[in-house]
Design a protein around this ligand. Structure first.
Ligand code: SAM
Length: 290
């Protein structure tokens, strides 16, 4: 089977099936062999690995993955792509195709069935309209996984990777960095896709920590504080926390906690590291929100 990663082959497949690209599913098919190689190399795939691919499209990256992995499980929402995938992946006996919505399917169950519950590697050119729910869903549901190597909108990759004091730093940076070490692999311009997206893209690898970098008694409380801090990012942290409905923190309590941490009473949330947010969670009394 000739590589689909060559533009003409992708066009031929789409024409043969008279396939209508669905914008609502974020369909932008990769047509650059160099980018495909970079992604699978960054994901460090070997025959020992079971790979979960989200949104295989017409199977372009799936072919690259199937060549290197022990097993590939590909979850695709669009039923019109299934006959195409059955043809483009016919030469591989290590690929399992599942026609489902990744946000609704029991990923833990799939991993148990397909990889005996051992950690999988997630590799995908993600649909951009649901990047954050997919990534956070994978982390928060505690699906056994080693790493997530994905193509996302460049701006989202930047937000996942940056630290305090930058404009892109926010709740997503902290949520991702609580679970994983982020590394941007490469930037990818719009002309590497059919059709071209309106935004630049980047490949990011998130390597899951075996041991979390900070310890908190109440994870949900940590994330509530982080969300409150960035919901009102122009405000001081004291004001943002004491104004947040449901948090149950007074101005005085917030100010006292910051003092204990040796932070200025006028500091903003965007200046705090993950470790400082974790310590703040311990310093503040538990609120009404449980
Ligand atoms: N992997 C292919 C490639 O690189 O050329 C296609 C990538 S395209 C950016 C995103 C793919 O995700 C599309 O095939 C789309 O139909 C699929 N998709 C969109 N929403 C999905 C969902 N909720 N669950 C599973 N797949 C989804």
């Amino acid at each position: 089977m000739a590589s689909l990663g060559i533009p003409q082959n992708t066009i031929d497949v789409l024409q043969k099936y008279n396939f209508r690209i669905q914008k609502k599913y974020g369909q932008n098919f990769l047509i650059d062999p160099n980018v495909l190689t970079r992604i699978v190399e960054a994901a460090e795939i070997s025959k020992e690995d079971c790979v979960l691919e989200i949104g295989p499209g017409i199977g372009t990256m799936t072919q690259y993955l199937a060549e290197r992995a022990g097993r590939v499980v590909a979850v695709e929402i669009d039923k019109n792509l299934i006959p195409i995938l059955e043809e483009t992946l016919a030469g591989y006996d290590n690929v399992t195709l599942i026609n489902a919505d990744i946000l609704k399917v029991d990923i833990g169950g799939i991993v148990k069935e397909q990889n005996q519950g051992r950690p999988v590697k997630v590799v995908a050119n993600l649909p951009y309209y649901i990047t954050t729910p997919i990534i956070m869903g994978l982390f928060e549901s505690h699906v056994p996984l080693q790493s997530i190597t994905v193509m996302v909108q460049k701006e989202v990759a930047d937000r996942m990777q940056v630290g305090p004091g930058t404009k892109d730093y926010g709740a997503l940076s902290l949520a991702v960095q609580y679970y994983a070490k982020p590394e941007i692999v490469t930037n990818v311009p719009p002309n590497c896709f059919i059709p071209r997206p309106n935004v630049g893209s980047a490949v990011i690898r998130l390597t899951k920590y075996q041991e979390l970098p900070v310890q908190v008694e109440d994870e949900a409380r940590l994330f509530s504080l982080i969300r409150a801090a960035f919901n009102q990012r122009r405000k001081t942290l004291v004001n943002a926390l004491s104004n947040a409905p449901g948090l149950g923190v007074t101005k005085e309590q917030a100010a006292e906690a910051l003092e204990h941490l040796g932070l200025s009473p006028t500091v903003r949330g965007e200046a705090l590291t993950l470790e400082q947010f974790a310590r703040l969670t311990g310093e503040l009394p538990h609120g009404r929100e449980r």
